[in-house]
Design a protein around this ligand. Structure first.
Ligand code: DGT
Ligand code: CA
Ligand code: CA
Length: 586
């Protein structure tokens, strides 16, 4: 599949055009790239079957973009993009990812100070050359220094949303490769381990474990290092190989024989802290635990190794799901058989946050509903943006009412329950972005902060608390406001927020967008100390987005949540009760 490669092409062109301050094209290219990336169908096949017409049927892809794709598939390059190369000094485009460093400023820095790399930039800040530049100054120098810190922090690790699909791809490519070499190696037992299997929000490197007999291990490794995406082979052995992929992402592959598969899976899933604790339990019980097996200490006889469940069982522990293995009390709980019964994908009955074409979604209301019904959901909430969200095409009251009408019509055609909702801005003073007579008519009001992120902690806390005390608000969306690599959580007193939410019966959202994961596991664990309910939502902007639930679910499981803690596991009547409780007028 070459979708990602083609998407990358448009992202790159967009960056350079943005640097040149071309107006709308970068946006169109990025949109197209996003579509291609998330298409789920092989774009090369579409083109082979249906030609250019097939391409233009993809939303976001018009004539000229389709021409570029066709050209690329035919010739391996796009002439127009070739000409762009070198139009932005190399390195500068990457730096534009730093918050507050748009194309205009970057160009100025490149032209006036010759800044090309991150270290150039840091150097210019350290020596205060930046503040002397027109349009910059002391304050912006400080801001930039802080933004760089954030950028570095987030770039050292990969977001889960990027690593997980990539690991899936590598695993399936490796299986194919092994089968097609003629050696017919059966790689049926292969799985990602490490922080990825624990669904941690960021990933240092991807770890993969496969089972193969000793005689075949090296063949598997040969397939691995020859995968097309491998840029550099760091190490190749018969039990462990390490490579770097094209995008700079590191992958470790370990191949172990069947009798060690379970213990290796346990060991390489980690976390390290969990493993150390577990090994202590083994020692106390007269065993020795390593990645190769579980042995009797005295005789050295192996008593477990092929399955992971067996290890926990032999150590007198309940099975601990990977998401809990962080040494946060799970081993003690497992020994007392008091682990939570974690929420599962099958428990979810609906999605309470999504956008349609009415605001900034890509798909129509009807298409979203069809897809949600196909996913087997019992209910969904349609929550386009409220009127102040001008950049996201927020709905004026008239348009919102049009939507209600359409929802009314569609409700007759579909079995799924469609809740009239809105993602309503929490304005600076904590009031909501629609008048009460509108809020009153909505089935679900999802409140969110979308502006004024820099308020001091006291102000921001007051603002959110005021919203939580509003009888019409039902759910607080993405409560911390952080965006991976772009924006840190705003300053807010979370304890006060959780306390107020609990006191007013409000639901706290776990947003599944890979760029958000908000709340994340740590905040969920803190929120759990208050008697409050959560929902897991996708905040989707297309039908494709509805599948992002797995990420929010992962955070919920890492936060020790059970089915009962999460309101979108409730049957519809029970869900309505939750929202009704704090809106006694209805
Ligand atoms: P990452 O890659 O930084 O996101 O985190 P992990 O957890 O994937 O760590 P990684 O890739 O260094 O190692 C994979 C697993 O191998 C780790 O979760 C536990 C195990 N492991 C690695 N080093 C040690 C160690 O020194 N002691 C023990 N007990 N386990 C280790
Ligand atoms: Ca790892
Ligand atoms: Ca590793």
């Amino acid at each position: 599949m070459r979708n990602r490669e083609i998407a990358e092409l448009f992202y790159e062109a967009a960056d350079i055009l943005e640097y040149q301050q071309v107006e709308w094209k970068p946006r169109a290219y990025r949109k197209a790239a996003q579509m291609i990336e998330n298409l789920g169908e092989d774009i090369e096949k579409i083109y082979a079957k249906e030609g250019k017409t097939g391409l233009t049927e993809i939303p976001g892809i018009g004539e000229s973009i389709a021409d570029h794709i066709a050209e690329y598939l035919e010739t391996g390059k796009v002439e127009k993009f070739e000409n762009l190369k070198g139009k932005a000094p190399s390195g500068t485009v990457e730096l534009m990812e730093i918050r507050g460093l748009g194309a205009k400023k970057m160009k100025k820095l490149a032209d006036a100070l010759g800044i090309r790399t991150l270290s150039d930039l840091k150097n210019a800040i350290d020596t205060h050359r930046l503040r002397r530049l027109e349009g910059f100054g002391e304050k912006s120098e400080e801001n930039l220094a802080r933004a760089i810190e954030q950028y570095e922090k987030s770039h050292a690790r990969i977001a889960l949303g990027k690593a997980l699909p990539l690991a899936d791809e590598v695993i399936s490519a490796l299986k194919d490769q092994c089968e097609s070499t003629g050696s017919k190696i059966d790689l049926s037992k292969i799985i990602y381990t490490g922080s990825l299997r624990r669904l941690k929000e960021t990933i240092g490197d991807i770890d993969i474990l496969a089972e193969a007999d000793k005689g075949e291990a090296l063949k598997v490794m040969n397939c691995f290092v020859s995968l097309p995406d491998v840029e550099q082979v760091i190490l190749k052995g018969s039990t462990k190989s390490s490579v770097i992929l094209r995008e700079g992402i590191a992958i470790d592959l370990r191949v172990v024989p069947p009798e060690s598969y379970g213990t290796s899976l346990q060991y390489f899933t980690g976390s390290k802290e969990h493993n150390i604790e577990l090994r202590n339990v083994a020692i106390k019980n007269g065993y020795k635990l390593s990645e190769y097996g579980l042995y009797l200490k005295e005789s050295g006889k192996q008593i477990a190794g092929s399955s992971e469940e067996e290890i926990y069982e032999k150590l007198g522990l309940a099975y601990i799901p990977p998401e809990l293995r962080e040494n946060r009390g799970e081993i003690k709980a497992a020994s007392k058989n008091s682990l939570p019964k974690l929420i599962e994908a099958g428990d979810l009955r609906g999605d309470l946050h999504m956008h349609t074409e009415y605001s900034e979604g890509r798909d129509s209301l009807k298409t979203m509903i069809e897809k949600a019904e196909a996913l087997g959901y019992e209910y969904i909430a349609v929550t386009d943006h409220s009127r102040s969200q001008k950049v996201a095409n927020g709905l004026e009251i008239e348009k919102l009412k049009d939507q209600w009408e359409e929802i009314g019509e569609l409700s007759k055609q579909f079995k799924i329950k469609i809740l009239k909702g809105s993602e309503v801005d929490i304005l600076r003073d904590g009031s909501l972005d629609y008048p009460d007579e509108i809020l009153k008519e909505l089935d679900v009001v999802v409140g969110a902060v979308h502006s004024g992120f820099a308020l001091p902690e006291r102000k921001m806390t007051e603002r959110i608390i005021t919203a939580l005390e509003n009888r019409y608000l039902d759910i607080l969306a993405h409560p911390s406001g952080r965006l991976f690599g772009k924006r840190e959580a705003y300053a807010v007193n979370f304890e006060k927020v959780f306390e107020t939410a609990a006191a007013n019966g409000k639901v706290i959202e776990i947003n599944s967008q890979p760029s958000r994961l908000d709340l994340n596991d740590e905040l969920i664990l803190r929120a759990k100390n208050f008697d409050l309910k959560f929902c897991i939502s996708t905040d989707s902007h297309s039908t494709k987005g509805l599948a992002l639930m797995r990420y929010g679910l992962g955070q919920a499981r890492r936060g020790w949540l059970e089915k009962e803690d999460v309101v979108n596991t409730y049957p519809y009547p029970k869900l309505k009760e939750v929202f009704k409780k704090h809106r006694p007028s209805q």
